[in-house]
Design a protein around this ligand. Structure first.
Ligand SMILES: Nc1ncnc2c1ncn2[C@@H]1O[C@H](COP(=O)(O)OP(=O)(O)O)[C@@H](O)[C@H]1O
Ligand SMILES: [Mg+2]
Length: 285
């Protein structure tokens, strides 16, 4: 199954979490997939299906009580589960990037936007102050934040949710990672902003040639934005394959159920709702 052209190869991954009673709970079980350079993969499934734990295992960000108890995660030929934490930190941000779900929780409220972007920009490279500023402004402008130079001194609470998420995208892409993981990156945003932010992620990652793992509970987000779709349920993969096959001719009853439950998926929206942003927004959930 391993191909020398794979960027990421996950094999028989199992993640266990220590329970309060001293036992172990398996939250990811027998998960396997491969990702080619530049490929876009969606992982979909209901809340609690193990999507974030799979991502955290790849990124080396599992909570303290959780561990990879078996399997292999090979990125660019390197076995990640064997890397010391320091090296994992180097890989995160440079080779792998994460766009997290909650922009407010992920930005530090006591530091300016400029400070946080500078951290991402200089994480793996020494630069002069002037270079840092130029690069930070450039990044902000690329994610659609205008007047970047004057925004560097703003604090996260002065930005809207969509703008904060754009800052996190800028930070995640600062090093042009070969693998970008977006874990429910737009779930907290209004649906109109969601599409813009997803388009931005598509655009910037294809420009950088980054492979993408798009994690979402919403199948309509996976549609049209991913080459393959992997469906997870209670820690296991129930179905995976090319996006058009999984989304249009799903084999698993569970995938069919998810599709039926997704209000926005594959329906002629215009005939259902008037073309009015506020109505559309109200119909999302
Ligand atoms: N920090 C944690 N401690 C203990 N259990 C957790 C923790 N985070 C997640 N879990 C459990 O692991 C399982 C998988 O969670 P997760 O990967 O976050 O699901 P998803 O991202 O698909 O919503 C769930 O049953 C969840 O309750
Ligand atoms: Mg999650």
């Amino acid at each position: 199954m391993t191909s020398t052209t794979d960027l990421l190869h996950v094999e028989d991954l199992r993640v266990d979490i220590a329970t309060a009673k001293g036992g172990l709970r398996t939250v990811v079980d027998d998960v396997a997939f491969s990702l080619a350079p530049g490929e876009r993969m969606a992982i979909v499934g209901e809340s609690g299906s193990g999507k974030s734990m799979t991502a955290a295992a790849i990124l080396g960000l599992l909570p303290a009580r959780a561990r990879v108890s078996s399997g292999r995660i090979v990125l660019d030929g390197t076995e990640l589960t064997a890397l010391p934490p320091r090296q994992m930190r180097d890989w995160r941000g440079s080779v792998m990037g994460l766009i997290p779900q909650d922009p407010m929780a992920s930005l530090n409220p006591v530091h300016t936007i400029g400070w946080q972007i500078a951290e991402a920009v200089t994480a793996h490279e020494a630069m002069t102050r002037r270079e840092v500023k130029t690069r930070s402004c450039d990044l902000l402008e690329r994610v659609g934040i205008t007047n970047a130079a004057s925004r560097l001194s703003a604090f996260p609470h002065e930005f809207s949710g969509g703008m904060r998420q754009r800052v996190l995208i800028a930070m995640a892409l600062a090093q042009r990672p070969r693998l970008l993981i977006a874990d429910e990156a737009t779930t907290a945003l209004d649906v109109t902003i969601q599409a813009q932010v997803l388009d931005l992620i598509d655009h910037l990652t294809s420009e950088a040639g980054s492979a993408v793992i798009l994690i979402t509970h919403d199948l309509s987000i996976a549609a049209g934005r991913s080459d393959t779709v992997t469906v997870m349920r209670t820690g296991r993969i129930v179905e995976s394959g090319p996006a058009e096959v999984v989304l249009h001719e799903p084999r698993a009853a569970y995938t069919q159920m998810l599709l039926a439950a997704s209000p926005r998926f594959d329906r002629p929206r215009k005939s259902l709702f008037p073309i009015d942003g506020s109505t559309e927004k109200a119909s999302v959930r």
